[in-house]
Design a binder for this molecule. Sequence first.
Ligand code: NAD
Ligand code: MG
Length: 439
Amino acid sequence: MREKTWRQTHVKVEVSALNFYTFAVTHRVLSPVAMPFTHRSAAADVRAMVGGKAAEALRVAVLGSTGSIGTSTLDVIAACPARFSPYLLAAHRSTRLLLEQARACRPSWVVVVDPAAAAEIGVGALPEGTRLAVGPEALDDLVQSPEVDRVVSAIVGAAGLRSTWAALEAGKTVALANKETLVMAGPLAMRLAERTGGRIVPVDSEHSAIHQALRTGSADEVTRIVLTASGGPFRTRSRESLVHVTPEEALKHPTWSMGPKITIDSATMMNKALELIEARWLFGLPAAKLAVLVHPQSIVHSMVEFVDGSVIAQLSPPDMRLPIQYALSYPERIDGPTRRFDFTQAMTLEFSPPDPARFPAVRLGHEAAARGGTAGAVLNAANEEAVRGFLDGAIRFTDIAEVCERVLEEHPFQPDPSLDDVRRLDGWARQEVVKWACV
Ligand code: NAD
Ligand code: MG
């Protein structure tokens, strides 16, 4: 009954300044739901913490430094020099920007994953004190170095799994933007972190909001997690017109500035599907306790409902530097470069349920989260390939969810896959999409 009421609700809340203070955080012992993040203190934390405060700057490895999350991470590091210092910057092949970043912040290492791109780096291009490493193996090794205190995992797509895995294997604290790690291999990654003492602190704004809200209650008091979604650029478009959407239109997000892949995922709402799966493993909650609500202003980043009916939300202007900073400074909160509200201005917050007919991807996410096993990896790979096909003009916008559903249905499901199984099915799903697009 409660579920029904929630779905049918279309709430419009007029928010005045003082109402925000009702979201005060109580300082309780962290709940078991948040336990994956707190069960053991990483060695780096001990080194860096004296009397509960950071004693020296944490050395940060930024994987995917030339991307949207990567550049925002460098903003946070530059704004908090006493707290964070860049140790390593890694990118795929955007060497020009990578070198610019290296000259600006002087890390110990830059890593270029693509050897062909690395070969174009001229002698003397690196600033003094910065060394160059090339290839994915070199990145894995450096990420595991004892000199790395925090790893920001911000490589886009399935390609990010490998280095995130390496970081967790070495017991690092990972600020995780690469949701694909948990979508593809959630139970495996969580078990790995448990075994090595590694820690995952989410960067995805929704999961950061939930992480923060969970600090106000205990695991057995949680009844539901509500992920908010902007609804993307086609929130109000008719179902028929979505067939004709062009890549240019889909790449214009109304509230967030992000990399191209996640921007398309926001337009199809596949991003929310991936985030449902991410939340399922990160917070260890059954899929039935996860819901999605469209909130076009992107101010409320997600909410947790507790057993007494209280709903705790996290609010802030849409600015990824806040969840990045939170993931880096956790368990502390520190001053930083992020935007603040102007409470002298009136503000309207709207919420409505997603439309399953126009955005079928959300249902696929629910189903894959409930099914577990290889469903997340297959959905993720099929979607990555379908997005590529859409951007290349090979398939239509509405084909993305359709082909994902087909591949998900037809895949040889495994309930408890190994990492090899996950990789194999990732490759299989990509080929299926290519075949489908060619028919
Ligand atoms: P982006 O496309 O802007 O940047 C991607 C980065 O990954 C670049 O630095 C690129 O060089 C690097 N990269 C790509 N392929 C690589 C490979 N094979 N090996 C090594 N490096 C590689 O992407 P983004 O928007 O910053 O997103 C990064 C991750 O963060 C994604 O998993 C995304 O889902 C997640 N995320 C992003 C946002 C956002 O606001 N952009 C929000 C939440 C989560
Ligand atoms: Mg998100």
